[in-house]
Design a protein around this ligand. Structure first.
Ligand code: PPE
Length: 304
């Protein structure tokens, strides 16, 4: 689906018209993937539009930049304020938010230090990432033949633009194999994550998810779901999982800002039979929280 245009994009300190938010073809990040970014969502809540865990996302942006030795020329507070202002300027009630910090136009070559660090924030309405049907019926996934990047080649904890060509290879393989999503194994062969989502399984009433040493992005939705589950009295264990743990699970689901909380109904032809009671409970709670219908989690909602 083409990106729906809105009025303004924030670029290096200015609110510019959507069609004018452009970069030079010799931009460093275009050639070498030398950028870091975030994916955030704002929801319509009972008290107005609120950005879900905005501060946590901006903190992760700074962590990604630290790994790549990029100095972001704005403070986290400024980026937070700009995000809220941008949503207001564009009159959006709910939207996806994409901040990106990248090595800009200056010099070519692998030493990026003489390139400027450019910063942009864009917002647009983005519906169900894995399709409207995904929430109810779940998706079909395959285990990718591509391994997830390992921490000593590209630190998976960083959300860097160039790192996503690994996810793109896996996603293309899945799409051409007529699956909706790819699940990647880590460099040791343990389950890591989806191309753009963290993975969970449920077995005998306990939730399991790969730990942060399984080359995952430390998802903010992952963290959200872990907290919700524990608050509901469900045990959550972070540990290594193998391929057959997915096949034999009672429930499998994935989480991400774009994807939200989505059941997985099939992995490499192994069917995960409904009903998926814990997935359903977590989905329901997640959507209540982001819409501001649960007072207990108000702190995660940052009103614009
Ligand atoms: N793993 C990966 C590799 C990943 O890209 C994401 C988010 C997650 C896990 C979940 O993280 P979080 O959003 O903090 O819960 N993927 C983002 C980009 C998707 C895209 O297509 O672009 C997102 O969901 O916004």
């Amino acid at each position: 689906m083409p990106i729906p245009k809105v009025d303004k994009i924030w670029l290096n300190g200015n609110y510019v018209n959507w069609d004018e938010a452009k970069v030079h073809v010799l931009t460093h990040a275009l050639h070498y993937g030398s950028g870091v970014f975030e994916g955030i969502r704002a929801y319509e809540t009972l008290k107005g539009t609120a950005v879900f865990r905005l501060t946590d996302h901006i903190k992760r942006l700074f962590k990604s930049a630290k790994i790549y030795l990029m100095e972001i020329p704005y403070s986290p507070e400024v980026l937070i304020d700009v995000t809220k202002e941008l949503i207001k300027i564009n009159n959006l009630k709910s939207c996806y938010i994409r901040p990106i910090v990248f090595r800009g136009y200056g010099e070519m070559g692998l030493n990026p230090l003489n390139c400027p660090v450019d910063v942009a924030i864009a917002v647009w309405p983005w519906g169900a990432y894995l399709g409207e049907e995904s929430f109810k019926h779940g998706i079909r996934a395959m285990i990718s033949s591509f391994h997830r990047i390992d921490p000593n080649s590209l630190p998976p904890v960083a959300k860097a633009t160039g790192q996503y060509i690994n996810s793109i290879l896996a996603k293309l393989e899945a799409v051409y194999s007529e699956y909706e999503e790819a699940i990647l194994l880590d460099y040791r062969g343990f389950v890591s994550e989806g191309s753009g989502e963290n993975i969970f399984i449920v077995k005998d009433g306990v939730i399991y998810t790969p730990s942060t040493t399984s080359s995952i992005l430390e998802g903010i939705t992952r963290d959200t779901v872990i907290k919700i589950a524990r608050d509901l009295g469900i045990e959550v264990v972070e540990r290594d999982l193998v391929r057959s743990d997915l096949f034999l699970a009672d429930e499998v689901f994935c989480t991400g800002t774009a994807a939200e909380v989505v059941p997985i109904r099939e992995i490499d032809k192994r069917i995960i039979e409904e009903p998926w009671p814990i997935t359903r409970k977590l989905q329901e709670k997640f959507f209540q929280i982001v819409r501001g219908e649960d007072e207990k989690y108000q702190d995660w909602l940052e009103l614009v």
